[in-house]
Design a protein around this ligand. Sequence first.
Ligand SMILES: O=P(O)(O)OC[C@H]1O[C@](O)(CO)[C@@H](O)[C@@H]1O
Length: 546
Amino acid sequence: MKYLDPINTQAWVELKKHFEQIKNVHIKDLFYNDSNRFEKFSINFDNQLLVDFSKNRITSETVNKLLQLANEMKLKSSIQSMFNGEKINYTENQPVLHVALRNQIDKKMIVHGENIMSCINKSLKKMQIFSELVINKIWIGFSNKNITDIVNIGIGGSDLGPHMVYDALTPYRNYLKVHYVSNIDGSHLLNVLKKVNPETTLFIVVSKTFTTQETMINANSACNWLLKYAKHKKFISKHFCAVTMNIQKAKSFGIDEQNIFELWDWVGGRYSLWSSVGISIMLSIGFKNFMKLLEGGHAMDRHFLETDFKKNIPVLLALISVWYNNFFRMETEAILPYDQYLHRLPEYLQQANMESNGKCVNRNGKLVTWQTGPIIWGKSGTNGQHAFYQLMHQGTKIIPCDFIAAINSHNELDDHHKILLSHFFAQTKALAFGTNSDIIFNDFKNDIEFKNHALPFKVFLGNRPTNSILLKKVTPYTLGLLLALYEHKIFTQGVIFNIFSFDQWGVELGKILSKKIFVKLNKTLNISSYDSSTENLISYYKQWKE
Ligand SMILES: O=P(O)(O)OC[C@H]1O[C@](O)(CO)[C@@H](O)[C@@H]1O
């Protein structure tokens, strides 16, 4: 089967022409010319989530042409293929079924001839029993004390999602404290071990493959640390559990089979927080809240699957992103949560998007000649305002942004939240509309020096696009909505780019080379086999190593 490239669609040709007509149109004019712009370009999802995409450099014509692109790229049937469990992760010969993990209506989902819903439900039950034993202080450590601290050892998708949700749902947490260790830098693990007591700490080794070097080394060191106190290997079963697909490896590590939570090859690491990879989330917010998170994810799945593309939030946001990335050649997108508890969202979405869509080969195995995944970055508001917003407002680069906030805070402290949101609204307005020299000039009309010299520096040109995403409140349900929204946005982008979004071969080369270099770092003999830069870096390592 030959897949169509986006540049070979009729819509692409038309979008190129349309771009030439619209590229200099200012957002402020789009608003002045259309008093219904907000109504046209915003979607209220069930009074829980509002997406306002009116402050973008788009018209109805742009949206129509982008929708035509989605149709020509057969987005509808691609979505159905994912939900039907077809092997859309072609290079790994796997289906992609994170949507099954939150399939709350228990609709049959067949993989290799089996209904996977029974494995999913069994796994959820096992997670529930386990988390309730720990939360209810029935699970005890080697000295008969109950557990107070959980250490999640994992990296990438086995860390970023759970860690982000753990922070986002802080108000729902119980007494258990979860620590996340990901980096192979020993400082990460040691800093956590300094804070916890071996008698009351439970380690969860989360690794789909159970071969990831960082996770295995950290897990081994954590186990050695525990055994220094517990003295006997039999106690590993009281302090270690695992989440993995590789049951054999987890068992050889010494983890009791009872304490192994299963994972499946049809769940990608960066889409896995909804599975047993999210056990640290369930331990901290309890089973019911975890189920609410899944419920939110499922509600967005249905919206994505069933809603006409004209009103389909992930589809529209993805298409707008393609528009900027490919036609305006804007290379990055900023994620700006105006909510302290959502501060890890940019980092989480960075992996989700960049590991999925950072590809340069199309589904036919040919190099692409168009732009694929954007660079994702960001920071929580208002901290970002005091760091990089200068460039966003007045720099030479234009950065489409997603502003995200909740209308109701979990911590109503004086006017903090009102002020926070006033910044959100002000920033999106300033970015879109800017301010012209007349207004500034009027403010300073008696100041001749200003008039002559300072004016250009004070002008905000505006025309900088943003999406505003408002949640009624950050709850497990609305967080589920938001995360699934982004997952489906990424999926849609991948289909339009004609790439495979669910593999990540680009992480392999560095891993292979690091193993070879590790051997060289240990050797006293110098055998040159690399380029002069790498050789000299290795040689400096050996000279300076104390
Ligand atoms: O869960 P594992 O197998 O340890 O993998 C961790 C991470 O490593 C990657 O494979 C590559 O960075 C990610 O996709 C994954 O989330």
